[in-house]
Write a protein that binds this ligand. Structure first.
Ligand code: HEC
Ligand code: HEC
Length: 296
């Protein structure tokens, strides 16, 4: 569970809960006054000419109800356990541990069997893909989409186009260690006109409508500034995660305005590392599943 919650938030909640309970105790204790001897006092406020109010203490039975809620809160926190005590194997922690253990016992041998097979063989196994898909829906779909078709800035994993490479081992490495793609900003270096020229050249590469005069000038700008990452023929470089700019697959978008934005301000995005979180066996299943998607 420490994967999800850092110790700081545990402490933060514990301090807040303790302070709130102490505050309730203080408010209650300071209101437990007794009725004074003699005639009852009046509050001193008068409404509607004659309507006054006795200054009597709050009823005892009513105050005791509040004391009972405080006692209940303390007992509840101790039993739940609400004080983040993950070493006491009970309550939700125990439930989580038992569920994880049952799942490991049930799926461990299945994962181990597939782990012996190479990725291409696992990718061709329908049963393995069904398991891989379930893992994908749990851990990956929030970014890549449930059909793995991606969204703006999140790559489509089904189109056979790869930023970092589609070899089985490369896909596994991507999932294990994560990736960080960085396209630097060129606005300051090229100026608005230079950016517009190179954007038109980029559009010309995949046969999109463009201003040919600008594209002509943009070609030189590209040769000087962009080939180091995107390659002389602009087909990308999997060592830097630089995309192929000559095809119909776009990470951010192909409109002139979007390309200008990309080149002016730069782009960067991060694929998180899953090796430590999921373990090699699950990553193996996921890599095979992703591989099977690219094949379609
Ligand atoms: C928080 C969002 C996020 C999650 C969750 C996520 N990814 Fe990614 N993934 C990305 C981003 C962003 C990239 C592109 C990184 C870049 O810009 O270079 C990426 C890239 C990839 C790539 C490389 C694609 C290529 O074209 O080379 C693969 C493969 C991949 N993810 C698989 C997965 C799998 C499998 C999971 C689930 C275990 C997963 N991702 C979960 C955001 C995410
Ligand atoms: C340091 C390497 C590097 C250089 C230099 C570089 N790029 Fe990029 N470029 C990248 C990377 C990496 C990405 C993907 C960013 C991401 O994953 O978020 C990218 C993305 C892009 C995209 C978005 C493509 C899409 O699919 O939406 C365009 C357009 C682009 N670059 C054009 C250029 C142009 C034009 C130049 C030269 C002016 C240039 N790049 C220079 C690394 C580079």
């Amino acid at each position: 569970m420490a994967d999800f919650i850092s110790g700081f938030w545990n402490a933060y909640v514990m301090v807040l809960v303790t302070l709130s309970i102490l505050f309730c105790v203080f408010v209650l204790a300071s209101n437990m006054t007794r009725r004074k001897e003699g005639a009852a006092e009046l509050h001193g406020h008068v409404w509607d000419e004659t309507l006054a109010e006795y200054n009597n203490p709050l009823p005892r039975w009513w105050m005791y109800l509040f004391w009972i809620t405080i006692a209940f809160a303390i007992v509840y926190l101790a039993i739940y356990p609400g004080f983040g005590d993950r070493n006491q194997h009970r309550g939700q922690w125990a439930q989580y541990e038992t569920e994880m253990k049952t799942a490991d016992e049930r799926f461990g041998p299945v994962f181990a069997k597939y782990r012996q097979m190479d990725l291409a063989a696992v990718a061709a196994d329908p049963e393995a893909n069904a398991t891989g898909q379930r893992l994908f829906l749990t851990y990956c779909a929030q970014c890549h989409g449930s059909a793995a078709q991606g969204a703006k800035s999140f790559p489509n994993l089904t189109d056979g186009e790869w930023l970092w490479g589609g070899e089985p081992e490369t896909i596994r490495t991507t999932i294990l260690g994560g990736r960080m793609g960085v396209m630097p900003p060129f606005g300051p270096a090229l100026g608005a006109e230079g950016v517009k020229d190179v954007a038109n050249y980029v559009r010309s590469l995949s046969g999109l409508a463009h201003d040919s005069l600008r594209a002509q000038r943009g070609k030189d700008v590209f040769a000087t500034n962009c080939v180091a990452c995107h390659g002389a023929d602009a087909t990308g470089n999997p060592l830097m995660g630089a995309p192929n700019l000559t095809n119909k697959s776009w990470l951010y978008g192909s409109s002139e305005a979007t390309i200008i934005e990309t080149v002016t301000h730069g782009r960067s995005n991060k694929m998180p590392a899953f090796g430590e979180f999921l373990g090699e066996d699950k990553v193996h299943m996921l890599a095979a599943y992703v591989l099977s998607l690219g094949k379609k």
